[in-house]
Design a protein around this ligand. Structure first.
Ligand SMILES: *Cc1c(COP(=O)(O)O)cnc(C)c1O
Length: 410
């Protein structure tokens, strides 16, 4: 048949996504400067101007990760590619890997260990709690032949943050390298790769860095590179084999590995410039600041956090769905009537929690009020009894902002 028959009968309109306020587990809102950067012209991936931009990107990422590691760059692929790259390169068949699991992403790490031919020893922690360092210590005593420890710094499925410094120290004391998931923490809460002594750390572009999805910043210590170089077997993945990727990202004489997603890299470059202009400490305190106001408002609505206060991530607020309220009805109304996207529960928490993200450029006062106003209205429509009357949540958030202002001023 001729090719004409495959042309659709009806004209298909250009796609224009509606405006949304992204307050879920990522992606987050894009800063207008990042949007402008994404729309620039395409140039070749070996163009000297492009290569110059790549060098700046590496410098900006070292700042974001707080590391001097020369091997720090963005992988082409989402956060999951960052995770998989760390495991397929560092884990050799037969290696014993201790994986700490307190949510969905720890579970994916176990899957990665097994697919890389490693043997996973699992340290289980209750979902919503940080990893108990004593449990890691006990596991490493019981398995002195373990080579690697892997954990998630900021568990996006529950909103709990673990003590990365302590977990890395314990791993090192037992002669283990560390694989650290900093996907949701990078740019939102302190990530200090060199201070922690983390060996392989990965993140993603669309959470607190507020770029488009599809890039995974990674950083590797000398010890991690040594382990990859000393492998007796080839890395099973051609695309993720660090020794090959490095000929493009690492070498002075660059050679073709794959076509870099240039425009996404322009966007990440601009997002990291914004982070550097604001300053990491200021970005971390901005996330805390808006979290306090959001928390006051959510609690005024009678919503309970699932994570104990000390381990709560400011950029990921998981609260219990109130009894008698339907999860999906509420999330659908928030999106359709108020353009507010929040996250659903995952795994055993499906239908039981909402995850309200305040990540990167989404962590702004206007979004806190938009979320609280929308929730207040939708919850009362959904028959939630403890809603104390219109604008109570906003008033609580205003008070929390004012109190913080007094603390900062005084
Ligand atoms: C989002 C996320 C990932 C996966 O990132 P993708 O970009 O969705 O592949 C991994 N780990 C954590 C903790 C995450 O929040």
């Amino acid at each position: 048949m001729n090719a004409i028959s495959t042309v659709p009968e009806r004209a298909i309109d250009a796609f224009h996504p509606p405006r949304r306020i992204l307050l879920g587990p990522g992606p987050s809102d894009l800063h207008p400067r990042v949007m402008a950067a994404l729309g620039q012209g395409v140039i070749g991936y070996l163009d000297p101007v492009f290569v110059g931009m790549m060098e700046e990107l590496k410098t900006l990422l070292r700042y974001a990760f707080q590391t001097a590691n020369p091997l720090t760059f963005p992988l082409s692929g989402p956060g999951s590619v960052g995770m998989e790259t760390c495991f397929v390169n560092l884990v050799e068949p037969g290696d014993k890997v201790v994986v700490c699991r307190n949510g969905v992403f720890g579970g994916r790490m176990i899957e990665n260990v097994e697919r890389s031919g490693g043997r996973a020893v699992i340290v289980e922690e209750e979902w919503g709690r940080p990893i108990d360092p004593q449990k890691l210590e006990d596991a490493l005593r019981a398995h002195p032949d373990a080579r690697i420890v892997a954990f998630v710094h900021a568990e996006t499925s529950t909103g709990a943050q673990s003590d990365a410094a302590t977990l890395c120290r314990i791993a090192r004391e037992h002669g283990c390298l560390t694989i650290v998931d900093a996907v949701t923490s990078l740019g939102g809460t302190p990530v200090k790769v060199d201070e922690w002594g983390a060996d392989a750390t990965y993140s993603a572009s669309q959470k607190c860095l507020s770029c488009t999805p599809g890039l995974a910043p990674v950083t590797f210590s000398t010890a991690a590179i040594d382990k990859v170089r000393a492998r007796k077997t080839k890395v099973q993945s051609w695309f993720m084999d660090l020794t090959l990727v490095l000929d493009y990202w690492g070498a002075t004489q660059r050679t073709y590995h794959h076509t870099a997603p240039g425009n996404s890299l322009y966007g990440l470059h601009e997002a990291l410039r914004l982070l550097a202009e604001e300053g990491l400490e200021n970005a971390w305190s901005r996330h805390r600041h808006h979290h306090h106001a959001l928390k006051a408002g959510l609690e005024a609505l009678g919503l309970e956090f699932i994570v104990p206060e000390a381990a709560r991530l400011p950029q990921m607020n998981a609260v219990r769905v109130p009894a008698g309220v339907d999860d999906l009805t509420v999330r659908r109304a928030l999106l359709q009537d108020h353009a507010v996207e929040i996250g659903a529960g995952l795994g055993p928490l499906a239908g039981k929690v909402w995850r309200v993200g305040l990540m990167g450029y989404s962590a702004r006062e206007e979004n806190v009020f938009a979320a609280l106003g929308a929730l207040e209205q939708v919850l009362s429509q959904a028959g939630h009894k403890t809603v104390p009357g219109a604008t109570a949540a906003a008033a609580a958030a205003h008070r929390a902002y004012a109190e913080q202002h007094l603390i900062t001023a005084g």
